[in-house]
Write a protein that binds this ligand. Structure first.
Ligand SMILES: [Zn+2]
Length: 93
């Protein structure tokens, strides 16, 4: 089977086609969904490492600077905290 059916108009298209030859709708449902989300601006650009300290393009410069400074401190704190927790667990055992 090398034909795909358009989900919008029901026309048959060649498998390699990305868009329907009849109505222009995207044939790949997953891609179509991503495109739709992109248009609506709801698609997350990249997977965030820390949602808390994410630098968004619309942030004012001082906020970007603040996050830029705080981020390594946050990671250092996280590292120390996990180290302390490990020590506590080790002592308690
Ligand atoms: Zn179509």
């Amino acid at each position: 089977m090398n034909q795909k059916r358009c989900s919008a108009c029901g026309a048959w298209n060649h498998r390699d086609n990305t868009h329907c030859s009849e109505c222009g709708e995207m044939l790949d449902r997953r891609k179509a969904r991503i495109e739709k989300l992109k248009k609506e601006g709801r698609l997350p650009v990249v997977l965030k490492e820390t949602p808390l300290l994410e630098i968004k393009p619309h942030y004012p410069w001082y906020l970007k600077l603040l996050i830029y400074i705080v981020k390594p401190i946050y990671w250092t704190f996280f590292f120390i905290a996990s180290g302390i927790m490990y020590l506590i667990a080790w002592i308690a055992a």
